[in-house]
Design a protein around this ligand. Structure first.
Ligand code: SF4
Ligand code: SF4
Length: 153
């Protein structure tokens, strides 16, 4: 019989929760190029945080990839908002949902093996606060909604 959570949802392999405590190493904000997608709402939040107009925020920090907007990256792959001089994320309180929900994206927790690979890349995974399956699923739903807003399926 399928084990279920109190909410009635089927228990995932991580039904007992997963540990995560960011060490602020910056690995997920730097290095290999990637894409941090942003919706109109997230862009407005960033503009507000930066005290800039939407147009200025767009010009300085965003790039168009196909029909979607993503954060700009430096030549070395670092996120445009990452400060290597020790400041970390310069827009932390207004960072996009994609950053807020890392490392609990669906493909990353789909299997134990996938999670293990994330743990090898991110020193914060597998340690720190125990995050329940309910919260993980809620974060995934939040990300799905933000991606719809960013024009991503
Ligand atoms: S790689 Fe992990 S520990 Fe390092 S900054 Fe990103 S989330 Fe935090
Ligand atoms: S917005 Fe902040 S948390 Fe997100 S990738 Fe850039 S530096 Fe990292």
């Amino acid at each position: 019989m399928t084990e279920r959570l109190e909410s009635g949802a089927p228990k995932a392999w991580y039904g007992a929760g997963l540990r995560f405590g960011c060490t602020s190493c910056g690995a997920c904000c730097t290095g290999d190029p990637g894409a941090v997608w942003v919706s109109a709402l997230e862009i407005a939040r960033l503009a507000d945080h930066l005290g800039m107009s939407l147009g200025e925020t767009d010009r300085r920090y965003l790039r168009l990839r196909g029909i979607r907007k993503a954060l700009h990256e430096r030549f070395n792959g670092d996120c445009i908002f990452y400060d290597r001089e020790g400041g970390g994320c310069r827009v932390y309180s207004a960072r996009p949902v994609q950053c807020r929900t890392w490392p609990f994206w669906e493909p990353l927790v789909e299997t134990r093996r996938a999670w293990q690979a994330v743990c090898e890349a991110c020193p914060g995974c597998g340690q720190g606060e125990l995050v329940s399956q309910e919260i993980i699923v809620r974060r995934q739903a939040l990300l799905a909604k933000a991606r719809e807003g960013a024009g991503q399926e």
